[in-house]
Structures are given as structure tokens and as C-alpha cells.
Design a binder for this molecule. Structure first.
Ligand code: F6P
Length: 326
């Protein structure tokens, strides 16, 4: 096994609260193990162009509690092409990097898998996305903070909804997955939750709303995952109002507010544990894997397996949301 002397670290895809805590953990764990760390800016774009900067222990001071990512992030089209990945491998070799830690979501790991296979680059991933849609970890960094942001916003919406006996549709992020939607639906007592996984029709939604009206609910909040089949909360509200005039709906699309803010304690701890696990994984000769935490233990999962859907694990939460929303 070759000794790792210098590694790169980057954040890629949508930023997530806790990415900075993960960068800090990678830098400090590496320094602890006598490994140099080079920060790569703008995700894979910086890896291709060689946008590197050496990071020291103090370069990552006071970032544990900061949202966003000090390394910046990007979704890089060039990295989808073999030529782009060749340039990245060349830039890494030129900078003397014998390992890489990539922090991101499924797009990030799909790219990392190819770079590893094509160029034999040693890479470990850290799950950083608010979507929580990666297998091989119970939680991704940022999910806890994002769901707390949603809960805070929906609690406020509930105050005005109750005052006017109104129906609100609140759209949350999650891309193709309903993790944010289902968890926050439980936590805010939403009357219904519409996700890509559960596929609810407008008629079914209306019958749930009617039951709520009959049982004297004074306000109704429906959480809509952005990837839901009707195309989002605005469209669902339109369809409901068009067919059932007794409902006057309001819509709130929470958007990128969900990606910002200070990471929660949970996300800081998760990021810290995974940063250390990523560096120690590389030291022990691991590559092509994502470090995750399952049942409170660090596990490593191949990139190919990590990007598989884990939506089946939503079934139980969905049942909780449905039963308790009556
Ligand atoms: O993957 C994180 C995420 O916030 C998704 O929930 C959302 O669909 C997407 O990124 C938005 O991406 P962008 O910031 O590029 O619009």
C-alpha cells in the first residue's frame, strides 16, 4: 500500500449546511496523520483547472458553524466528459495529490466513481446534500439542518393559516426524493404529504381535505416535494382550486432558504465523524467508496451502491404521517 502524503478536498453539487464542518474535519484529521491537504475550489471545475490552495489547521478555523462551503461548489458539465476527467487526473498528478475527498451528493459520486475507475485515483466520498437520498448512510450532511429550517417556516405559516382557516401548500426541496417532505410533514402535523414516491392523485388529496374539514380542522397544510408528479405546489393548488371552489389555497415555495444557515449540532457531529472517517479510509487503502454512518457506526459503501435509491426506507415514515394527520 502506498503511503498517502497529500490529498485534495472539494465540495460539489448543491451546497449543504455542514459542508464546512466536513472540510474542517478532513483538514484536521489529515494534519493529525501528517498528511498535507489542498483545497480545490468550485468542485470538479477546480479539479480540472487546478484551482488548488494548500490548507493548514488554521485555514479552517471558525468555519465549523458556518453554512455554505468555503471551497465553493459547482455542478460541472465538463466532468461528465471523459476528457474533463482526464484533465482532472492530470491536474491532480501535477499537484502531487495521491488521494481525494469529495463532499457532495449522487452527481458528485457518479463522477467520482468514473474518475476512480478510469484513472485509478484514490477517492473517498462524504455524503453532503440536504436531500438525504444516498444509500449507505442513515443521514446525509445538511438534511437535519434543512428539515429544521422547513419546520421553523411551516410553524410560522401555521399561525397565519389558523387565523384565516386557510389551506396552504408548502413546497420543499429534495429533487427526486421525498425525505425532506415526509419528515417535515410528520414534524409539522401536515394534513397530507405529496412525494415522488407516494404518488397521490388530486382526487385522493381532496378526499383527505374534505375529511379534515368535516372534523373541524381550522387550518390545513399540505407539504409538497418538488419532484412530485403534478409539477409542484403552485400547480397542485391551481388544480385543487379549479375543481373545488370551496378551497381558497395559498402557496409557499421555500426554495434555497433550505440550503442556508448554520448547521445543526447533529450535522456538525455527522460532518466531523465523516471527515475523520474519510481520511482514515484513504490511509487504510480504501477507495471508490463513500463514508457513511449506519446505526451509529461508520461504514463504507461503494459509490455505485451509494447512489442507489433508498426510498423504501420512507414507507414507515409515510405511515406515521398518514395515520397521525387525521
Ligand atoms: O440537491 C440539493 C438541491 O437543493 C435539491 O433539493 C434541489 O432540487 C437542487 O439542489 C436545486 O439545485 P440548484 O441550486 O442548482 O437550483
Amino acid at each position: 500500500m502506498t503511503k498517502i502524503k497529500r490529498i485534495g478536498v472539494l465540495t460539489s453539487g448543491g451546497d449543504a449546511p455542514g459542508m464546512n464542518a466536513a472540510i474542517r474535519a478532513v483538514v484536521r484529521a489529515a494534519v493529525f496523520h501528517n498528511i498535507e491537504v489542498v483545497g480545490t475550489f468550485q468542485g470538479y471545475e477546480g479539479l480540472i483547472s487546478g484551482d488548488f490552495k494548500k490548507l493548514h489547521v488554521r485555514s479552517v478555523a471558525k468555519i465549523l458553524a458556518r453554512g455554505g462551503t468555503i471551497l465553493k461548489s459547482a455542478r460541472c458539465n465538463d466532468f461528465y466528459e471523459a476528457q474533463g476527467r482526464t484533465r482532472a487526473a492530470e491536474a491532480m498528478a501535477k499537484a502531487g495529490l495521491d488521494g481525494l475527498v469529495t463532499i457532495g451528493g449522487n452527481g458528485t459520486f457518479a463522477g467520482a466513481e468514473k474518475l476512480e475507475l478510469e484513472h485509478n485515483v484514490k477517492i473517498i466520498g462524504i455524503p453532503g446534500t440536504i436531500d438525504n437520498d444516498l444509500s449507505g448512510t442513515d443521514y446525509t450532511i445538511g438534511f437535519d439542518t434543512a428539515t429544521n429550517t422547513v419546520v421553523d417556516a411551516v410553524d410560522k405559516i401555521r399561525d397565519t393559516a389558523s387565523s384565516h382557516n386557510r389551506l396552504f401548500f408548502v413546497e420543499v426541496m429534495g429533487r427526486d426524493s421525498g425525505f425532506i417532505a415526509i419528515r417535515t410533514a410528520i414534524a409539522t402535523g401536515a394534513i397530507a404529504v405529496m412525494t415522488p414516491e407516494a404518488q397521490m392523485d388530486i382526487e385522493e388529496l381532496i378526499s383527505i381535505l374534505d375529511l379534515g374539514a368535516q372534523s373541524q380542522k381550522s387550518s390545513s397544510i399540505v407539504i409538497v416535494a418538488e419532484g412530485e408528479k403534478h409539477g409542484g405546489a403552485v400547480e397542485i393548488a391551481r388544480l385543487v382550486e379549479e375543481r373545488y371552489t370551496q378551497y381558497e389555497a395559498r402557496v409557499t415555495v421555500l426554495g434555497h432558504i433550505q440550503r442556508g444557515g448554520e448547521p445543526s449540532c447533529f450535522d456538525r457531529v455527522l460532518a466531523s465523524r465523516l471527515g475523520l472517517a474519510a481520511v482514515e479510509g484513504l490511509i487504510s487503502g480504501r477507495s471508490g467508496e463513500m463514508a457513511g454512518i449506519v446505526n451509529d457506526k461508520v461504514v463504507y459503501t461503494t459509490f455505485a451502491a451509494a447512489i442507489q435509491s433508498k426510498s423504501a426506507s420512507l414507507d414507515e415514515d409515510l405511515r406515521v404521517a398518514q395515520i397521525l394527520s387525521i
